[in-house]
Design a protein around this ligand. Structure first.
Ligand SMILES: Cc1cc2nc3c(=O)[nH]c(=O)nc-3n(C[C@H](O)[C@H](O)[C@H](O)COP(=O)(O)O)c2cc1C
Length: 362
């Protein structure tokens, strides 16, 4: 039997150093989070778009699925200035897409993100094991409150500067988000295009730059990826795309099928859906918006603006207008239940570790 002992397994009291990536907006259902934790790895719930009360309910639902530990993830708030003219131009740029679904663009575009302090308070009350942050490292008040409650903290980083900032703020684990990763780039220091280091290069550089442990994320789909990450000095991995095709995931059937059919060249990083760079499957909406160089509002305003269109497209099962976030290695998706997937990954890890560390001897 394969046994793991890393700072991640020790601190989270888990058997397998795999975190389910928190995926806000539906994929990380209580069923999926519970199944991953029950399998000896660690489930995380993406709560970025939920208010305190909804987080409380979700945590209770997860606790109904598992008595093991799990984590909750929040987006650190940002509220860039926008003008009425910019809003009008961005709205006009996508009006025809709304029209084709017979829905109207929103009359006003608000910052629809929930109150961050209320979210943190709810996470603390929910008694979870881990709180991870995306798009920043969270306020001093948030980190202190979580730590006082005995909750482990983590923050995604795409560069040495971000990792060092998060370490200085008191975060316990860095999640190294390589450029292969699906979903939103966490980048909060500098320009996102300057922080597109791949997972391998990022782990190697972050392990030398900070003294807190590194979790690897981006393009890891199997046991070979887990072995490679641990060999580079990571204490575990965070996997999102690999879990999207699990039957327990809250993913639209058309998106799930697209992931099972996809080729290696299908993803792109785009700001067109939310205003923040995020990696997902290229579709007609992204291609046309990029070709016409359409005006785009900063996050979270573009996310609010496109919300009605994305909801209508999801209802119509129209993948040309859905945001289908996933990583560069999506073609390795397997469609297995979470427990079976984790079991296979551990077996593959053992084979990969044997091959890597024994084949060249003698
Ligand atoms: C559909 C989807 C949604 C995501 N949502 C979040 C999120 O809410 N919070 C977060 O910290 N990371 C989110 N991520 C990014 C993951 O944490 C992680 O960086 C990524 O999944 C790793 O790359 P992989 O998808 O190739 O495994 C998301 C990723 C995907 C694919």
């Amino acid at each position: 039997m394969t046994t793991f002992s890393t700072p991640l397994t020790d601190q989270l009291e888990i058997d397998i150093p795999i975190l389910l990536a928190p995926m806000a907006g539906g994929p990380t259902t209580p069923e999926l989070v519970g199944a991953v934790s029950n399998a000896g790895a660690f489930g995380q719930f993406g709560a970025a778009y939920l208010d305190g009360a909804a987080i409380h309910t979700a945590a209770g639902n997860i606790q109904g699925k598992t008595n093991k530990g799990f984590g909750i993830n929040l987006f650190v708030p940002e509220d860039p200035p926008i003008t009425a003219e910019e809003t009008a131009a961005a709205t006009a740029a996508i009006a025809e897409y709304f029209a084709q679904f017979g829905v109207e663009p929103p009359e006003s575009v608000t910052n629809a993100m929930p109150d961050f302090d209320e979210q943190v308070a709810s996470v603390i009350e929910s008694g979870v094991k881990l709180c991870s942050f995306h798009l920043g490292h969270g306020s001093e008040r948030a980190i202190t409150g979580l730590k006082d409650a005995g909750i482990v903290t983590a923050a995604s980083a795409t560069s040495v500067a971000e990792a060092q900032e998060a370490e200085a703020a008191g975060i316990d684990f860095i999640i190294a988000q390589g450029s292969e990763a699906g979903g939103h780039r966490t980048t909060w220091v500098g320009d996102w295009q300057d922080s597109m280091t791949g997972t391998m290069g990022l782990i190697s550089q972050l392990t030398g730059a900070v003294s807190i442990p590194i979790i690897a994320a981006g393009g890891i789909m199997d046991g070979r990826g887990l072995a490679a990450a641990l060999a580079l000095g990571a204490c575990g991995v965070q996997m999102g795309t690999a879990f999207l095709t699990c039957p327990e995931a809250g993913v639209h059937p058309a998106f799930r099928q697209a992931l099972l059919d996809v080729t290696d060249d299908a993803t792109v990083v785009t700001k067109t859906f939310s205003g923040r760079p995020a990696r997902g499957l290229r579709n007609r909406y992204i291609s046309e918006m990029e070709k016409s160089d359409a005006p785009i509002l900063p996050f979270p305003y573009q996310n609010t603006l496109t919300g009605g269109m994305r909801a209508a497209a999801t209802k119509a099962a129209d993948t040309d207008f859905m945001s289908m976030w996933c990583g560069q290695a999506a073609s390795l998706s397997r469609g297995l239940p979470a427990a079976e997937l984790i079991e296979q990954i551990v077996e593959e890890y053992q084979e990969a570790a044997n091959a890597a560390f024994h084949s060249s001897i003698g």
